[in-house]
Design a protein around this ligand. Structure first.
Ligand SMILES: [Mg+2]
Length: 344
């Protein structure tokens, strides 16, 4: 019997997004499902019922989905198994800095783990909030560290900012490092009527910030490449663009349009050419708020790695908490391969 039930439930999980195990059709309608979404009628035998519930609970634990059990006062044997099952995993979004590398050092085992992930039937994309480096520089750095990555697989907050400038047809004052300017080539910056701000230690002086402030007072919108509070460098944590964006917002009593992580539009745009929906994707990153929180708020699952900027207790700073937290990128890949993509 156990084998039969197990096979039945496994088949149902593969075929439907929602499964109910119950006696009566009216309970299906009660939870908003059609009769074809139910399997059931297993009788009132306590052993079978217990066996089935245990099985449901273990499947639920593995797949991390909510379980709803409906008991009927009229029919004692009735219970329902509600699985908002996720669709099959089709894409993995991976953060770069702090997740695959910290400056010029790769996270141990990350290259080999990426190769293992690539052998699985999922699309891979690298999503980064970098504001200091153009895509070409990022790619060079990653290739020097022996990562197998193609330029078209990288989606950055600079790309997202450029897309927004083109949409709005504005001329920006670019408060970004010179090394990031390449990603804005061809954009008209004469007589600026917008401000783009990234992390720009070379330009974050009073004169430049005041120039941005005055443009904003004249109505120029502020576009923030991202708003991270801080990031990890070899010599320790360092201020991100967030405090400077917030300073300009405060001075002008306006709100910036943020284009990078954790914005929902950033994640959706990153998925756009992969042909999958957020519930078919998972994000791996070292930033609980921007990587994991942002992805989970966009409908994906999120894995938090304890490398890069991670600090003890970060997993408790977002609600809901990360789907999974682990030591580093290789363990995240193992989890995906052995749990989420397990075929048996
Ligand atoms: Mg990171």
């Amino acid at each position: 019997m156990a084998f039969t039930l197990y096979s039945l439930i496994q088949t149902a999980i593969l075929c439907t997004n929602a499964i109910a195990v119950l006696h009566e059709e009216r309970f299906l309608s009660k939870i908003g499902w059609g009769a074809d979404q139910g399997i059931g009628g297993f009788g009132d035998e306590p052993g079978i019922k217990a066996q089935l519930l245990n099985l449901i609970r273990s499947v639920r634990t593995v797949m991390r989905v909510p379980l709803i059990i409906v008991n009927s006062p009229q029919v004692h044997t009735t219970f329902a198994f509600a699985m908002a099952t996720r669709r099959a995993l089709k894409a993995v979004l991976i953060d770069l800095s702090g997740t695959l590398h910290v400056e010029d050092a790769a996270v141990p085992g990350a290259q080999e783990a990426l190769a293992r992930l690539r052998s699985a039937p999922v699309a891979v994309k690298f999503v980064t909030n970098t504001t200091k480096e153009c895509k070409r520089n990022l790619l060079e750095r990653l290739r020097k560290l022996n990562f197998d990555i193609q330029e078209q697989e990288i989606f950055t907050s600079l790309t997202a900012a450029r897309n927004l400038l083109e949409q709005r047809k504005v001329r920006p004052l670019l408060l970004v490092e010179d090394s990031a300017l390449e990603d804005f080539s061809g954009i008209d910056t004469s007589e600026p009527n917008a401000v783009v701000i990234g992390l720009s230690p070379e330009h974050f002086n009073y004169q430049m910030l005041n120039k941005a402030f005055r443009l904003m007072l004249d109505g120029a919108p502020l576009i923030a490449i991202h708003k991270a509070r801080y990031y990890k460098r070899k010599d320790g944590l360092a201020l991100g663009p967030g405090p400077f964006v917030t300073g300009l917002e405060y001075a002008t009593d306006t709100k910036a349009t943020v284009v990078g992580k954790p914005e929902r539009t950033f994640f959706l745009e990153a998925l756009r050419d992969l042909g999958c929906s957020p519930d078919e994707a998972i994000m791996i990153g070292d930033d609980a708020r921007d990587d994991v929180g942002g992805a989970q708020n966009s409908g994906m699952q999120g894995i938090l790695v304890r490398t890069g900027k991670y600090r003890v207790g970060d997993e408790g700073k977002i609600s809901p908490p990360p789907y999974f937290t682990c030591e580093s990128f290789p363990q995240a890949v193992d989890h995906i391969l052995h749990t989420l993509l397990k075929s048996d």
